[in-house]
Design a protein around this ligand. Structure first.
Ligand SMILES: C[S@@+](CC[C@H](N)C(=O)[O-])C[C@H]1O[C@@H](n2cnc3c(N)ncnc32)[C@H](O)[C@@H]1O
Length: 263
């Protein structure tokens, strides 16, 4: 799913890495750290944009890092990537200084983001950049009325997911600009990265919608009414035949981006 997300957002990431290059100016971008790297969306976008860079990809998940390492070999990047399995809540690993730290959809997973931000400040060279991206919630795909029962299925699913997130991921959706400033960062640029793909979707965007909604269905199942569960199952049955054919299937998501330097 993360890899499909990377495909859908590739153009936006290219624009963002161009902006990072602009802010870096004459300062070389050689040592890059990707925190909560997942399957490497950020890692690969940065390796493409900064040909002199080596990326240290940090994640708690060995599976994610294995996947990332395999993709790196396939794309010929393996000599430019170090993977490091580490839980950033347990302390900052010994990885050396960095010109750029990238944290995409990962900071809200941390138990103590302030501690991680202090770790980032500690490794950034003077003038080095922190690029932080946070998605407000999982993307949206369905029209309000999908013609299979009570309208508003996706809204009801989001209400359940928001409640679960408030319990398990309390930092999601927090005021990151204020937290960055309080942690001693000066925000040099902030922007919204808006994905808004309308019907008819490309095959790749449809795969992304199907994969995300399948995962979402599992996450919200317990909170849904029996009717909504049945509607969701109808959408996803037979390899999501009904969902794939749904008129008005879209991909909509907004991520916030902050580019900052230690103040
Ligand atoms: C939503 S994924 C984002 C992955 C990637 N940055 C992207 O944009 O596709 C969040 C990642 O953060 C990792 N993560 C969560 N908590 C972490 C921690 N305490 N230390 C290091 N990585 C963590 C997860 O394993 C997961 O791969």
């Amino acid at each position: 799913m993360l890899d499909l997300d990377a495909e859908v957002t590739a153009g936006h990431l290219a624009e963002l890495t161009d902006r990072i290059a602009e802010l870096a100016g004459d300062r070389p971008v050689r040592d890059v750290v990707d925190i909560g790297a997942g399957t490497g969306t950020g890692t690969f976008a940065l390796l493409r944009r900064f040909p002199e860079a080596t990326v240290t990809a940090i994640d708690t998940s060995a599976d994610m890092l294995t996947h990332l390492g395999e993709s790196a070999r396939r794309h010929g990047f393996d000599g430019r990537i170090r993977t490091r399995q580490a839980d950033l809540d347990a302390g900052w690993p010994e990885i050396g200084a960095a010109d750029l730290v990238w944290a995409a959809s990962s900071m809200h997973h941390m138990g103590d983001p302030e501690r991680v931000l202090a770790g980032i400040r500690g490794v950034l060279r003077p003038g080095g950049l922190l690029a932080m991206i946070e998605m407000e919630s999982v993307p949206r795909f369905l029209p309000a009325d999908i013609g299979l029962g009570r309208p508003g299925l996706e809204d009801r699913c989001h209400a359940i997911a928001d409640q679960a997130r408030a319990e398990h991921l309390p930092h999601q959706g927090s005021d990151w600009a204020a937290r960055l400033s309080a942690a001693g960062f000066k925000i040099r640029d902030s922007r919204e990265l808006v994905v808004d793909l309308s019907a008819p979707l490309s095959a790749q965007a449809v795969r992304y919608a199907v994969a995300t909604l399948r995962r979402f269905r599992t996450g919200v199942a317990e909170g849904l009414s029996a009717d909504d569960r049945a509607t969701f199952d109808t959408l996803l049955a037979d390899d999501a035949r009904v969902l794939r054919a749904l008129p008005g299937l879209t991909v909509r998501s907004t991520r916030s981006v902050w580019l900052s330097t230690p103040a």
